[in-house]
Each structure stands twice: as C-alpha cells, then as structure tokens.
Design a protein around this ligand. Structure first.
Ligand code: BYC
Length: 311
C-alpha cells in the first residue's frame, strides 16, 4: 500500500472510533504529536508534585497530611503510567526525562506559580485538579489505546484529588475571618492560571485542528475552558467565595457564562521560562534526579541479578 492509502485507511479507523494500538501503522506526525502530548502530560504530573510537596510538613493535622501525601504519591503514579504509554510509541523514558531536566520539554504552565499558604493546597486541588479532570475525562476517549486506558485510572484518582481540595476550602470558608481571607486569596491567585491550563484560544492553537481530526484531542481548548468555568461557578457559590473576574456573568443566549480576557502575555511568558517559579521547579527536579541516582543504580543491579538467576 502507498503512504496515501495507509493514511486514508488510518483516518477511516479513527472515524470509526477504533482505538489505535502500539503496533498498528500510524502516520509519523500522529506518533510525534502523541509523544509530545503524553510526555508533556507525564512531566506535568511529576512537576505537579513540587508545589504540594512543599506543604507536607506544614499540613494542619495528621489526617490532612496523610491525604496530601497520598495525593502526591498518586501524581507520581500518573507520571509513571504516562511515561509507560509514551514508551509504547518507541521512545526511551530516560530521553524524555533528560528533556525535562534540561528545560527542553514543556510541562503545564500552572506549576510555575507558587503555593504560598495552606489554602493553596485547597485551591490547587479544587481548581487545578478540576481543570485537569475536565481535560482528562475527554482524553479517556482519545484515539490512542494505551493513552486512553491510562487516562481512565488517572481520572478516577483525580476526582478524589479535586474533592480533597474542595474539602480544604470548605473548611476554611467556614472558619474565622483570617481563614476566610486566606481561602479567598488562594482562589484569586489560582483562578486565571487555571484557565490558562487549557492552552491558547482555538484560533491560536497550532496543534488543535489536526489533533481533533485524529481524535487525539476530543474537545477543543476553548470548549473545555468554557465547561470548566460553567462547572466551577456554582461550586464557588457554595463556598461563599467569589472569582476574581468582574466580567463573569451568565449569558442567557449562549447558555454559558461569559468571562473576562485571559492574559495571554503572561501565559506566553511562563511558557518561555519566565514564570514566578520556572527556575525553582527545574532546579528541584534536577536535584531530585541526581539525588535519586543511587536508587536507579541499585534497582538496575537488582534486576540484573534476578535476570541472571532466572537464566
Ligand atoms: N502549559 O496547539 P496547542 C495535571 C503549549 S496538570 C504549557 O493548544 P496542544 C496535574 C503546547 O504544548 C495538566 N504549555 O497544543 C494536576 C504547545 O507547545 P509545543 C496536564 C502549554 O498540545 C494536578 C503550544 O502551547 N495535562 O495533570 O494541542 C496535580 C500550543 O498549544 C499549555 C495535560 O498535559 C499549558 N497550559 O494542546 C498534578 C493534558 N497549553 O508542544 C498534575 C494533556 C498549551 O508545540 N495535554 N501549551 O511546544 C493536552 O490536552 C494538550 O496538550 C493541551 C494543549 C490542551 C495542554
């Protein structure tokens, strides 16, 4: 078959909602796009542990600490499923991790913002995990089988993460004046960066059209963002808090909430490495990688010994 014929057959399989599996023929750009997206996603999970890790020793009680630890461990697990999914496409995990550590690879913009107070653990869980779930539930139906299957489990765990974040904020919102202020302040700081997580507007998203055609992405950046805004407002009302956007208003004609303009200059700056915590995050990743070298070496020696025993 010619490449054109193979591409046509491939698109027919996609249109028929068939899952593409690791050994199936796929266009080179489909593979490349998946490796890019899945590895960026894996890096986001791993870097996402850092702002929360910062609060483990300062959680207000043992129960909150145990829950936060479990959440952070889940994020590490998500990174591992996703690196495994990427490896099915013929890349080496070590190369992907090298790209993260050298600053070559992207990870979600959101993790370049600081977690300043305990309320940030609530806002991250509620808003950041909430935005992540909105995006990831759609990805459970992505056309690449190994990615779609990884997403199913990740989404189940993310739902618990969002609930724990909301629970932190609900407690603070019923607390004293200082706790209420802390709650509102965290929401104010995380709201706009959470909306940026969905990526640039559809009109400025270079990858969207092809990714939607290949059903790598199932819903556009703007549509997911809108769904997130609509979902979040009633939850915010229950908290008795406000969102930092004077333009947020229900639009009867559209059947959705209108909202203000996102600061895309800020977003692009964060992507270029100039966000408040970009340098700190990369340094922390690099240190963790270097300090963990002995664990990787020990695991390799153990695996080799086992392999020799079995042989
Ligand atoms: N941050 O054409 P576009 C989580 C980049 S957190 C950084 O729309 P695409 C977690 C994009 O990569 C969430 N970069 O791209 C939660 C591209 O750059 P390159 C992680 C961004 O790929 C709590 C360029 O901008 N989730 O899991 O079609 C705790 C043009 O964009 C961002 C995922 O990664 C951003 N926010 O759509 C712990 C979900 N937005 O590659 C962890 C999977 C855009 O050309 N990924 N860019 O240099 C996706 O669904 C899609 O990749 C995106 C972007 C919607 C993010």
């Amino acid at each position: 078959m010619t490449t054109e014929e193979l591409e046509k057959k491939f698109q027919e399989r996609i249109d028929a909602e068939e899952k593409i599996e690791a050994k199936d023929w796929m266009p080179a750009d489909y593979r490349k796009t998946l490796i890019r997206q899945i590895s960026q996603h894996a890096h986001s999970e791993v870097v996402g542990m850092l702002p929360e890790g910062n609060w483990v020793t300062r959680a207000p009680n043992l129960k909150r600490k145990a829950i936060l630890l479990a959440k952070i461990q889940d994020e590490a697990g998500h990174g591992l499923y996703l690196y495994s999914a990427a490896e099915t496409l013929g890349v080496e995990r070590t190369d992907l991790i090298d790209d993260l550590n050298s600053g070559k690879a992207k990870y979600s913009s959101i993790f370049n913002y600081p977690a300043l107070t305990w309320a940030d653990m609530g806002a991250v869980g509620w808003l950041v995990d909430g935005a992540a779930i909105m995006n990831q539930v759609a990805l459970c139906r992505t056309s690449y089988g190994p990615y779609a299957r990884a997403m199913v489990r990740i989404c189940k765990e993310e739902s618990f993460h969002q609930r724990q974040g909301y629970d932190i904020l609900l407690t603070l919102s019923k607390g004293n004046d200082a706790q209420k202020r802390m709650c509102q302040d965290a929401i104010n700081r995380w709201w706009w960066p959470s909306l940026m997580m969905f990526g640039p507007p559809d009109a400025n998203s270079p990858h969207s059209a092809q990714s939607l055609k290949w059903k790598i992405k199932r819903v556009s950046n703007d549509e997911l963002r809108q769904r997130f805004v609509d979902m979040t407002i009633p939850q915010c009302n229950i908290l008795g808090m406000t969102l930092p956007d004077p333009k947020l208003v229900w639009n009867q004609d559209r059947g959705h909430h209108d909202f203000g303009e996102i600061d895309w200059v800020e977003f692009n700056n964060v992507l270029k490495g100039n966000g408040p915590c970009n340098k700190e995050r990369l340094e922390a990743r690099l240190n963790a990688h270097n300090e963990g070298a002995w664990v990787r070496e020990a695991a390799m020696v153990h695996a080799e010994k086992r392999a020799r025993k079995i042989a």
